[in-house]
Write a protein that binds this ligand. Structure first.
Ligand SMILES: Cc1cc2nc3c(=O)[nH]c(=O)nc-3n(C[C@H](O)[C@H](O)[C@H](O)COP(=O)(O)OP(=O)(O)OC[C@H]3O[C@@H](n4cnc5c(N)ncnc54)[C@H](O)[C@@H]3O)c2cc1C
Length: 898
């Protein structure tokens, strides 16, 4: 729209002193606001859109700096709601420039005749909920304001530039520009001495182009970022072919993917690949020039595991060193302070090579901080730079900045949103806030937003909201508000999800760390676009769970509760199992169940490498028993843990908990000997218990031969294996040894009693069911024997047992008997620690590298074992190995930097 028309429209609004009455007011006319307007109109709602900008575009209206482009391929970074729109527009490049994206949004606005309901040049200053009228009143900077039933903030995650935090900005006599508020007129940089402050996405895009124009460019860098070559050009033929072969299917896959772009899920782990294979994968992804590809397609552990991630990070640093000729500059440009992907990586065109130009200087603010900006330039604590132009590429007050800038937003009972969010944003689904009825946010904090292809996330939010509003209208409800319970539950779920990725380990705009004084915490939802969509759909399917709806005459509907109580990855595993529609294991017969378990185990991620794995046999009570020994890579001799696998005394073998044994071996630095005790129904009670005890005695006697530390051993076990471990401790106490230094019981069977609450609550679900437990017990032990402490250790004498670490899972039939055992041990004077794992199921901890949220629990188990064995603590609170600093730069580079 021409500026004159905008001015006329704005002055019309100013002269209009009547409050505009609409069903819905939308703030923001970017991708989100435009699609909202289109959908709301089609649904028959009267709507006004307000935007401070002079035209449509949002991000793409404001960010006009040289080099501004999207970094998700444009075939993905486009609306998908209308197939005709898709065929009516052709992108010219793999990553479109800002002018082209802005033209696209203008084209969309024209096609659906959107501008007639948009008030440009209009800033929303404050918003107040009028409880009596059940309407929002918006205060704007022009005109009398807006009264609306629903207020939707499509204000953008990256729309409030962060003010510079440097003294003297106003003293500078030269030109000042902000990448996020770049002028509409051409900015002439030729022949000028230019400074760019900031090396985030905008800086990295702008620097190569500014360097080509300026007489001299000085880049002031506080934190180096990972940047990857975009290899821009025409849209890649393979991706286009994929899209065109089945457009609807491609778009649907994107909607259910993790990041909003359809790439397959990676199932190969870094430790399954040789150095050469990893390098080959990396080079291929590097050549692809695609952020989502390099963030997800290298190996499965790159995004969630510090070790897997460090391998990628180092390969990128190698590229930086190979490109930047000056070793000091290369060192300064190499990020060591955050895992790759924990901060948004950038796509670049010639970024690193730009530092080889004679007219470019890099100033490392970590070594020489800026003291002030003066009339003539910038002074660091080492030198002064005379400048004509300063460009601030210092980023945004992300996610919450634009929402909090509308101040105050006053909800029910006079509550101010800034006060409610003083310690960080709290939302339900990133869509709504308890206490603020009829207020919605598009891509708000708590939704996948900036961790996704935002167009996919925007369309999902818009569709969800408009469908809900239409449904409310049909059912006669006039207000909708998130409940406190639902919101608190979402906050817990967000925290659980944040364990799936490494974002929590970096100081970034994702966590609010770039804005001084801002509350810290991972703001976007890290559980993925597809899982998030499923949750939003489930909220609807479960009667708008977590929302209170009201209507005239006191009508109310409130199905209160938490939408996700399981850990996010447990939920995924259980959904996957449910989709397999397996017959109940107990109907398969023992042989069939064993075959199923073998097949299931063959498909799981391979365990991680340990120093050594040795198979052998040891004498049991009646012949030889197989065992598998896992030795740490560290110098020994190590303490020995005798391990008993799970499987209800019926299933499994000495290898069946292989990934779990490897993990605990690595974490604890101890030898694990996994014993192949005999199974029911061929060998019924007390065979498993007696085999377990006999094996422990033999292992303790032969510790030195096994390469272990002579002296007391430890025992550990999961499920029925936990039962055998507990029984072994009782037998060892009563039968004169061996000496046991500690017991780790993971979701153990401790008692043949089936009326505890957890048996009923979890009877049908979560893989281990009540009827499966009945089957195990029936095959193992006749009812007459079930009070024997060798199968029900809870009924035995507990005094004088070794210290214990007892793990129970919330969604496990065995939960309460595990807790009962821990409490009884404590009452008998045995030192005992409990880990009650919230949101976990019976198999959580043994599903290593599948249930990532089990990491911190396994780290605590390993720590307990080390304590029992008298070894020093080595792990951080989240299971990170604190013995070494993965992100420390190699000494040679460090020296160069100094
Ligand atoms: C340089 C850059 C590149 C990006 N590239 C990508 C990419 O490749 N892929 C991707 O997924 N995302 C990218 N993003 C994120 C981008 O912000 C989103 O993709 C998308 O454009 C957001 O659209 P939106 O409508 O939600 O918000 P915005 O486009 O930010 O629009 C919000 C609008 O709200 C208006 N507004 C805010 N507050 C008020 C108020 N109080 N009163 C009136 N108006 C108000 C603003 O003026 C703005 O026009 C990029 C962001 C930037 C800055």
């Amino acid at each position: 729209m021409p500026d004159a028309a905008v001015a006329a429209r704005a002055s019309e609004a100013t002269s209009d002193n009547t409050v505009q009455q609409v069903d819905i007011a939308v703030v923001g006319a970017g991708f989100a606001g435009l699609y909202l307007l289109h959908r709301l109109r089609k649904a028959g709602f009267t709507t006004v859109v307000l935007d401070e900008a002079g035209d449509v575009g949002g991000t793409w209206y404001w960010n006009r700096y040289p080099g501004a482009r999207c970094d998700i391929q444009t075939i993905d970074y486009s609306y998908t709601f209308d197939p005709e729109l898709e065929s009516a527009w052709k992108w010219s490049e793999k990553y479109a420039t800002q002018p082209e994206i802005l033209r696209y949004l203008g084209f969309v606005a024209d096609r659906y005749d959107l501008r007639r309901d948009i008030r440009f040049g209009t800033r929303v200053k404050a918003a107040t909920w009028d409880q009596a009228a059940e309407r929002w009143r918006l205060t704007i900077d022009r005109g009398a304001g807006i009264s609306c039933r629903h207020y939707i903030m499509a204000t953008g995650c990256l729309s409030t530039p962060k003010p510079p935090e440097i003294d003297g900005v106003n003293d500078f006599k030269g030109e000042i520009y902000f990448t996020g508020r770049w002028p509409h007129e051409e900015v002439k940089l030729a022949g000028k001495r230019v400074a760019v402050i900031g090396t985030g996405s905008s800086g990295i895009q702008a620097i190569p182009l500014i360097a080509e124009q300026a007489a001299h460019l000085t880049v002031f860098q506080r934190t180096p970022n990972f940047a990857l070559p975009a290899h821009n050009g025409p849209a890649p033929a393979d991706r286009v072919a994929l899209l065109e072969s089945d457009r609807a299917g491609y778009r649907e896959q994107a909607r259910w993917s993790l990041a909003g772009v359809p790439w397959p899920q990676n199932t190969v782990f870094s430790w399954q690949l040789s150095d050469a294979e990893r390098r080959e994968r990396f080079e291929k992804a590097w050549a692809t020039g695609d952020l989502v590809c390099i963030l997800t397609q290298l190996w499965a552990d790159q995004g969630g595991d510090p070790d897997g991630n460090a391998l990628v990070a180092e390969l990128i640093r190698e590229k930086i060193r190979a490109t930047v000729k000056d070793p000091e500059a290369a060192a300064a440009l190499s990020p060591y302070d955050h895992p790759f992907g924990a901060k948004r990586p950038c796509l670049d065109t010639n970024y690193y090579a730009t530092y080889n130009r004679a007219n470019v200087t890099l100033v490392n603010l970590r070594q020489e901080p800026i003291k002030s900006i003066t009339a003539t330039g910038i002074t660091t604590d080492r030198r002064s730079f005379d400048l004509d132009v300063i460009v601030f590429a210092t980023g945004f007050d992300a996610m919450t900045g634009a929402i909090m800038a509308v101040h105050p937003i006053t909800g029910r009972g006079g509550k101010s949103l800034s006060a409610v969010w003083a310690n960080g944003p709290q939302t339900y689904l990133g869509l709504a806030v308890s206490g603020f009825p009829n207020l919605f946010m598009i891509t708000g904090p708590g939704s996948p937003s900036v961790l996704s292809n935002m167009i996919v996330s925007i369309e999902q939010h818009v569709d969800w909201i408009v469908d809900r509003l239409a449904a409310m209208r049909e059912t006669g409800f006039t207000t909708i508000e998130a409940t406190e319970t639902a919101q608190a539950g979402w906050e817990r779920h967000m925290a659980d999800c944040s364990m799936l990725t490494l974002h929590r380990l970096a100081n970034t705009w994702y966590t609010g760390a770039n804005v001084p004084g801002k509350a810290r915490g991972v703001m976007p939802y890290t559980g993925g676009v597809g899982p998030y969509r499923a949750i939003c759909n489930e909220v609807v399917g479960r009667g708008m769970l977590g929302f209170r709806l009201t209507g005239p005459d006191g009508r109310q509907q409130c199905n209160d509760g938490e939408i996700v109580r399981l850990q996010p990855d447990v939920r995924l595993v259980l959904n996957m199992l449910a989709e397999m529609k397996l017959p109940p294991i107990e109907t398969m017969g023992a042989a069939g169940a064993r075959a199923f378990v073998a097949q299931f185990n063959a498909a799981r991620p391979a365990g991680r490498p340990v120093g050594d794995v040795v198979d052998g046999t040891l004498p049991g009570t009646d012949g030889l028993l197989p065992y598998r020994l896992y030795r740490p890579a560290t110098p020994g001799p190590h303490p020995i843990v005798v391990y008993f696998h799970g499987g209800g005394w019926v299933l499994g073998d000495e290898q069946s908990d292989d990934p779990f044994c490897r993990d605990l071996c690595r974490r604890s630095g101890m030898i694990f000997v996994s014993v192949g005790y005999r199974h029911a129904p061929e060998h019924r009670f007390p065979t498993a218990a007696e085999d377990g005890y006999a094996a422990t005695r033999w292992i303790a006697q032969h510790a030195a031969e096994l390469g272990g530390r002579p002296g007391p051993v430890l025992v550990a076990g999961w499920s029925a294996g936990g039962n055998i471990a507990a029984v072994t401790c009782q037998l060892a106490r009563d039968r004169g040894g061996p000496e046991i230094a500690g017991q780790l019981l993971v979701c153990p069977v401790t008692d043949a009693t089936f009326d505890r609450s957890s048996y009923n609550e979890n009877a049908e679900g979560y893989f281990l069911t009540r009827s499966l437990m009945y089957w195990f017990w029936d095959l193992y032990c006749s009812p007459a024997d079930r009070t024997d402490p060798r199968c029900s250790p809870l009924r035995g004498k507990l005094q004088g047992l070794p210290p214990a670490f007892v793990v129970t899972a919330e969604f496990d039939p065995l939960r309460d008997e595990g807790i009962a055992y821990a409490e009884a041990l404590g009452a008998a004077g045995v030192p005992v620690e409990q880990l009650m794992a919230r949101g976990h199921f019976h198999s959580s901890f043994t599903m290593v590298d599948v249930v990532i949220t089990g990491v911190s629990g396994r780290a605590r188990m390993a720590e307990a074992l080390r304590r029992f064995a008298g070894l020093p603590q080595t792990m951080g609170p989240c299971g990170e190995d604190v013995r070494r600093d993965r992100n420390a730069p190699p000494p040679a580079v460090n020296a160069a930097a100094e």
